[in-house]
Write a protein that binds this ligand. Structure first.
Ligand code: FBP
Ligand code: MG
Ligand code: MG
Length: 333
């Protein structure tokens, strides 16, 4: 099989009519290198003393795992010298991180969840990194503020994730399809293994944390009830269920074989529209899912159309195979 490395793929994309500006290509290469470093830490686990709690908390009010902090530091360090960014924002940092004066700055803003699926780190189940790239408005001269990040998901110029599973895979979109690369540890390069990933329109598999069932709103109760009724119910087919508790792993499974992933708002936190964060979980995954022919809503509207009001705001997420996401969204409306 003729192997196309990430670098070769990105150069070829750049050569096509304006699909990938050189600075964005360089940013993606920098992020891929950082994810390779995170992958090595994930794979060493206890041998590198990276399991367990960090003993600190984050702006989300969550206890940080050591790997949350390590992954965040790796991404900051790799990218602050990259010269392609004006600032970064992360699940693990309350405020945006501006490229320090004196270091080369670029025109992009990058947001990331450095380690997604943190509850799985200590039990050796797949985790991941999610990133989203926006352009900084050219009117911004000094250090970007939180307000400069508050752009709807339709303004993303690139998004991707790396899933640290049995294979380490990088999945990318910059608006013309979804491409998957597998890390070849023998030579340290990401190799194109999944060109043009597409989500099947229909599916027989759903993913939701069923333990929250009593907290869901009526449309979700109705929809999941129909899934569970299978052949005996209105959907007239049986469904299988998965819940990995790593959004990255769920989305990757859906990209490979279809499915619907749901994290609805629930009555446990009525003030919050959901658990997952819009800017660095909902938006990048919605961009990828839509580019792969799927659908992503908050139950009422397209996630990518939501105008953010705060950097760490939450969002309800229904994403995956178009037929099922359209159905559960229709039940809300
Ligand atoms: O533990 P729960 O409530 O099932 O939630 C699992 C969800 O929480 C998350 O782990 C949240 O992400 P973080 O681990 O980055 O905080 C998602 O990856 C996952 O889909
Ligand atoms: Mg996450
Ligand atoms: Mg996280």
């Amino acid at each position: 099989m003729s192997r196309t490395s990430l670098s070769r793929f990105l150069i070829e994309q750049q050569r096509k009519a304006g699909t990938l500006p050189p600075d964005l290509r360089h940013l993606i290469e920098t992020v891929a290198r950082a994810c390779k470093a995170i992958s090595h830490s994930v794979n060493k686990g206890a041998l590198a003393g990276i399991l367990g709690e960090a003993g600190t908390g984050n702006v989300q009010g969550e206890a940080q795992k050591k790997l949350d902090v390590i992954a965040n530091d790796v991404l900051l360090e790799a990218n602050e010298w990259g010269g392609n960014l004006a600032a970064m924002a992360s699940e693990e940092m309350e405020l945006p991180y501006s490229i320090p004066d004196g270091l080369p700055r670029g025109r992009y803003l990058m947001l990331f969840d450095p380690l997604d699926g943190s509850s799985n780190i200590d039990v050796n189940i797949s985790v991941g990194t999610i990133f989203s790239v926006l352009e900084c408005d050219e009117s911004v001269t000094g250090h970007p503020t939180e307000a400069d990040f508050l752009q709807p998901g339709t303004r993303q110029v690139a998004a991707g994730y790396t899933v640290y599973g049995p294979q380490t895979m990088l999945v990318l979109t910059f608006g013309n399809g979804v491409y998957g690369f597998t890390l070849d540890r023998e030579n340290g390069s990401f190799v194109l293994t999944h060109p043009e990933m597409k989500i099947p329109e229909s599916t027989g598999e759903f993913a939701i944390n069923m333990s929250n069932m009593r907290h869901w709103e009526a449309p979700v109760q109705r929809y999941v009830g129909e899934l569970l009724a299978g052949k005996t119910g209105p959907l007239a087919k049986d469904y299988n269920m998965r819940w990995v508790a790593s959004m990255v792993a769920e989305v990757h499974r859906i990209l490979v074989r279809g499915g619907v992933f749901m994290y609805p708002k629930d009555a446990r936190n009525p003030a919050k529209p959901g658990k997952l964060r819009l800017m660095y979980e909902g938006n990048p995954m919605a961009f990828i899912v839509e580019q792969a022919g799927g659908m992503a809503t908050n139950g009422h509207q397209r996630i990518l159309d939501i105008q953010p009001a705060a950097l760490h705001e939450r969002v309800a997420v229904f994403l995956g195979s178009k037929e099922e996401v359209a159905r559960v969204t229709a039940y809300h409306n």
